[in-house]
Ligand binder design. Structure first.
Ligand SMILES: O=C(O)CCC(=O)C(=O)O
Length: 290
């Protein structure tokens, strides 16, 4: 796949209908090797001080180790998060002239890791317009035994925008049993290595647990159409750190334009990186009870 490849209109059509789609052969084996090495090294560095066993972790953390803003903190990850093939695909799926990174995150599901509870993503973000798409990149491919994703087809078109609290100690409401989804069965996709699954910010989805002995390693990038605005209510580092107030367009150092492709991958200013690192350390201290 070349960087300037035009996405097959049938793929865009399917995404608009279903709210998810797999784009095959986005990355070569050599590219996957390089991306995997960069992301795995970043996750290892982020998790180095966290030696807890899975059973000692919170219910949410038992779904995955979540490492945020890797592109801004690890220069080797930036070219992958901002890869022109991903950004061009996101732009085509959203029907947007320009797209920005909202944030990236590695989601590593440990052996024995529990399922990821069903949810939509957009309700977690203070963004007025639901014009976001996530690129979900399984670094080893995905299987049903090891955290494959399932999606409720068409759920992004039903007007559902529900905050499901998957962060607490108890089972959250199951959005899969919402009356709006009556008669709609979730579709599970096993994604080969090198292919990328994209889902809309309003698509209800979940992931299976990991019953294998190997960590399920996934890198994800959330892209937003340019021109969306911050809405009232929620806090979020992607807008808080850049001081973007409710009502203002989302455009800052942490949300750079990546399509049309800039001449080089984005670089976050040192002050922004320092704030991200401070936030990461605070989250870690809270988890470790320090
Ligand atoms: O990878 C997972 O387990 C869940 C991913 C997810 O919910 C997302 O990328 O929005």
């Amino acid at each position: 796949m070349t960087d300037d490849r035009v996405l097959d209109p049938a793929i865009v059509e399917r995404f608009r209908r279903d709210g998810f789609v797999v784009v095959d052969d986005v990355f070569t084996d050599a590219e996957m090797d390089a991306m995997t090495a960069a992301v795995a090294a970043a996750v290892e560095a982020d998790m180095r001080e966290d030696t807890r066993a899975l059973a000692e972790k919170s219910r949410y953390e038992q779904s995955f180790q979540q490492c945020l803003y890797l592109w801004a903190r690890y220069p080797d990850v930036a070219p992958w998060t901002a890869h022109p093939r991903l950004a061009a695909t996101a732009a085509a799926l959203l029907g947007a002239e320009r797209v920005r990174i909202w944030h990236d995150q590695a989601l590593f599901k440990e052996p024995g890791g529990r399922p990821t509870d069903p949810h939509q993503d957009h309700p977690y973000w203070p963004i007025a317009e639901p014009d976001q798409v996530t690129a979900w990149i399984p670094l080893d491919g995905s299987t049903s035994e090891a955290g494959a994703m399932s999606y409720w087809p068409g759920s992004h078109r039903l007007g559902l925008d529900l905050f499901v609290n998957i962060f607490g100690d108890t089972d959250p409401d199951d959005i899969g049993h919402h009356p709006a989804l009556d008669g709609v069965d979730a579709v599970t996709l096993e994604v080969p290595r090198g292919s990328v699954a994209f889902h809309h910010g309003l698509t209800a989805h979940r992931a299976s647990g990991n019953s294998t002995g190997r960590t399920r390693r996934v890198h994800t990038v959330i892209f937003t159409a340019d021109g969306v605005h911050r809405k009232e209510g929620l806090g979020h580092p992607s807008v808080d750190i850049d001081g973007i107030a409710p009502g203002e367009p989302i455009a800052g150092d942490l949300t750079p334009v990546v399509w049309p492709a800039p001449p080089a991958p984005p670089v976050a200013p040192p002050t922004v990186v320092a704030q991200l690192e401070q936030a990461r350390r605070a989250r870690l201290a809270q988890r470790l009870g320090k």
